[in-house]
Design a protein around this ligand. Structure first.
Ligand code: GLN
Length: 283
């Protein structure tokens, strides 16, 4: 038994109050190691500086800050996105939106895609990386978010992709978008949590931008604006898919149907929740 401060990876992980996976992510980040090095070098004495830097991050995590913000990154669709407190942290369930969007694009060449409220750029960049021929526009009303999305796109996309660079524009939904543009696909993961929802005061959400989470209303106002504005932005025989809350699928399908969309349906995420809804419009 030793009463000294833990100073090896093994001892730091043993002493950590965090779930092991989170402690490992913070430690590999501080050390700039690969995950396997935590095993092969587990008994190596670390310098005081590394120990202190790790313990500082550990304390911030214990106080609630999201792991993705502490390490400045989160993996989404196999890509490593920069994350800051100015953007929503990409969620695994949003990969369903990307997969469904990619399926909708299967028979189109050089499709035009619009991502509304892009945040980190996760959805737009993932689609653009899987479909190098797609021309992708990505909007956000937040200048900070656009700066992060711009960096993510520059780092993660091939500069020579046939579809060109992401067209990133500061815009409140469609407001500042060139009105002559028509898209084959519109996608969005908008703020859909109702203003009084207690989840806003729990977990990671406390540290994410409120404007990316809630519409400060009933949770459907951003979705209404996106659906209402879609017909004049969509090309002939085109598609819209939106992510929404666990209990909003029926309401979103009704909005799509009322707006003239056909083949309206929802898809379930890995938890079995109807997480996205969409439809086809022949304008
Ligand atoms: N999926 C997020 C959550 O419930 C909400 C993100 C959003 O509003 N688009 O944690």
């Amino acid at each position: 038994m030793s009463s000294t401060t833990p100073n090896t990876p093994a001892a730091l992980l043993r002493a950590s109050p965090l779930p092991l996976l989170e402690a490992r992510i913070l430690l590999t980040h501080v050390l700039d190691w690969r995950p396997t090095q935590l095993i092969t070098r587990s008994d190596e004495a670390l310098s005081d500086e590394f120990v202190e830097r790790y313990q500082a991050l550990e304390a911030r995590r214990v106080a609630g800050e999201p792991v993705a913000q502490l390490v400045g990154a989160r993996e989404f669709f196999g890509l490593d996105f920069e994350v800051t407190p100015h953007v929503l942290i990409p969620r695994p369930e949003t990969e369903l939106l990307v997969e469904t969007a990619l399926t909708a694009l299967e028979n189109l060449s050089r499709p035009r895609v619009l991502d509304l409220g892009t945040g980190t750029g996760a959805i737009a960049v993932a689609i653009a990386s899987m479909r190098p021929d797609a021309q992708v526009w990505a909007l956000d009303r937040s200048a900070e978010a656009l700066a992060i999305a711009t960096r993510n796109a520059a780092r993660l996309l091939d500069a020579k992709r046939p579809g060109g660079a992401l067209a990133l524009t500061q815009s409140d939904w469609y407001d500042s978008l060139d009105a002559t543009l028509r898209f084959d696909l519109i996608v969005s993961n908008p703020p859909y949590i109702a203003s009084g929802d207690p989840h806003l005061d729990e977990g990671d959400l406390r540290f994410e931008p409120r404007g990316a989470l809630t519409d400060e209303a009933d949770g459907l106002s951003a979705i209404r604006a996106i659906i209402a504005g879609a017909p004049t932005r969509l090309a002939a025989d085109s598609v819209l898919w939106i992510e929404h809350g666990y209990d909003q699928a029926e309401a979103v399908r009704a909005l799509l149907t009322a707006q003239g969309f056909a083949q309206v349906r929802s898809e379930r995420d890995l938890a079995g929740i109807e997480r996205i809804s969409g439809g086809r419009l022949d304008t």
